[in-house]
Design a protein around this ligand. Structure first.
Ligand code: HEM
Length: 398
């Protein structure tokens, strides 16, 4: 079946072109590495403080908040060239507005709107359409202020930074992008690149505390490749081959967008005996693909070694494993995302041994998903980090 994006059109073709040719090039991903590393190191420092503060007798922490801060700061710095949260995790007024816009957007996207599937029923969804328009106005106002700030800064300094706001504002004419297109692209990045990263790392860490054998094996690799005199850098990742398998195995079992994004059937088609008329909205269940016993041996077991037997591609070339989708609408941020997720897990495991709180057993960890377009763990993961490196490596030098 020919699947196209639900919103595929000339506007979208331009967006993908600028993403592929300009925003997510290896050169820009590398140029933005210091931002990612800065955020990951801040996370380690905060986890260290959180778990060793005198009041925290049990040493238990909720990981999700720390992961969310990295994902949020990384994506806002990448997209808007700005940090809206200080190193204590306090968010300023603009940051609160961003969070509210995203939360509202995700809530609206997850709400079933029958009018989308049955066009003649659209008149009955007037309230939803009005809410969508109000959301559009809100993010439009916010983004125009940021765009203006950057235009003024660029005029003053004559300097163009690597983040997307400067990139897109300077490329706008060349790629014939309207202001509306640029604004919607910023928000695509924000909503697509924030929760997905935090969710992926939380699930991976849940698997790693449940599987101490795998955790220890990653730590042995980290000790062999990095040692304990320095911290990890993203440039080490290519030498951390077992860790890469861990990330892949985690994305097999826990793709953060289990049904990807809605696509549309480009032609009438028949799938497993069902008629799919042209124009139907179609979801691909990648969560189920990753757990299909016809495809995977012992599918529910967290076993990264399976990829030593057969190295399955996860970037859209092998339909058994599609955490980033496939085809022309595949995730444009996947290389950056894999770097960030792998680096976060590498730092977490290099700096700490992770265990479950006293009295909690492996079988008690709730591995159910919360419902929605993106699937967090239903119950946030509670864990105990025990430092394993010399103390001076937990201090963040700006
Ligand atoms: C582990 C993290 C991530 C995962 C698993 C992931 C996965 C996905 C998936 C499945 C899609 C839809 C593909 C389809 O429907 O065919 C998507 C779209 C997208 N992703 Fe990611 N993503 C991640 C991180 C990121 C990051 C960090 C960014 C940006 C910095 C990003 C930017 C985007 C954008 C802009 C789209 C929309 C593309 C479109 O509409 O054509 N993603 N992602």
């Amino acid at each position: 079946m020919d699947l196209i994006w639900a919103d595929y059109g000339p506007h979208y073709v331009k967006v993908r072109k600028v993403c592929n040719l300009e925003l997510f090039t290896p050169k820009r991903i590398e140029a933005l590495r210091p931002i990612r590393e800065d955020e990951v190191i801040t996370m380690i420092q905060n986890i260290f403080k959180d778990s060793t503060k005198p009041g925290n007798v049990s040493k238990v922490i909720m990981l999700r908040g720390h992961l969310g801060s990295v994902a949020f700061n990384n994506i806002t710095r990448l997209t808007f060239g700005k940090r809206f949260m200080n190193s204590q995790g306090e968010v300023d007024a603009q940051g609160e507005e961003i969070k509210a816009i995203i939360t509202n957007g995700i809530k609206m996207a997850g709400k079933p709107n029958l009018g989308e599937f049955v066009p003649w029923l659209r008149w009955a969804f007037k309230d939803e359409n009005e809410a969508l328009q109000a959301q559009d106005r809100r993010l439009d106002t916010f983004t125009r202020i940021i765009m203006e700030e950057h235009t003024i800064a660029r005029k003053k300094t004559g300097e163009t930074k690597q983040h997307f706001v400067d990139a897109l504002l300077t490329l706008q004419k060349e790629y014939d992008l309207s202001d509306d297109t640029v604004i919607s692209l910023f928000w695509d990045m924000m909503s697509a690149g924030m929760d997905t990263v935090a969710i992926t790392v939380e699930w991976a860490m849940a698997e790693l505390v449940k599987n101490p054998r795998v955790q220890q094996k990653v730590q042995e690799e980290l000790d062999r490749v990095i040692g304990s005199d320095r911290i990890v850098s993203e440039t080490d990742i290519s030498n951390l081959s077992y860790l890469q398998l861990v990330v892949k195995e985690s994305l097999r079992l826990h793709p953060p967008t289990p049904l990807m994004l809605p696509h549309m059937a480009g032609n009438d088609a028949k799938v497993s005996g069902y008629n799919i008329p042209k124009g139907s909205i179609v979801h691909v269940n990648v969560w189920n693909l990753g757990r299909d016993p016809k495809i995977w041996e012992d599918p529910l077991q967290f076993w990264p070694e399976r990829f030593m037997k057969e190295d399955v591609d996860m970037k859209g070339h092998d339909y058994r494993l599609l955490p980033f989708g496939a085809g022309r609408r595949t995730c444009p941020g996947m290389n950056l995302a894999v770097n960030l997720v792998t680096s976060m897990i590498a730092h977490l495991l290099h700096h700490f041994v992770w265990s479950l709180p006293n009295g909690v057993e492996v079988k008690d960890v709730d591995m159910m998903e919360s419902p929605g377009t993106v699937t967090y763990m239903r119950t946030p993961l509670l864990v105990v980090p025990t430092p394993r490196l010399p103390l001076h490596l937990y201090k963040h030098v700006e």
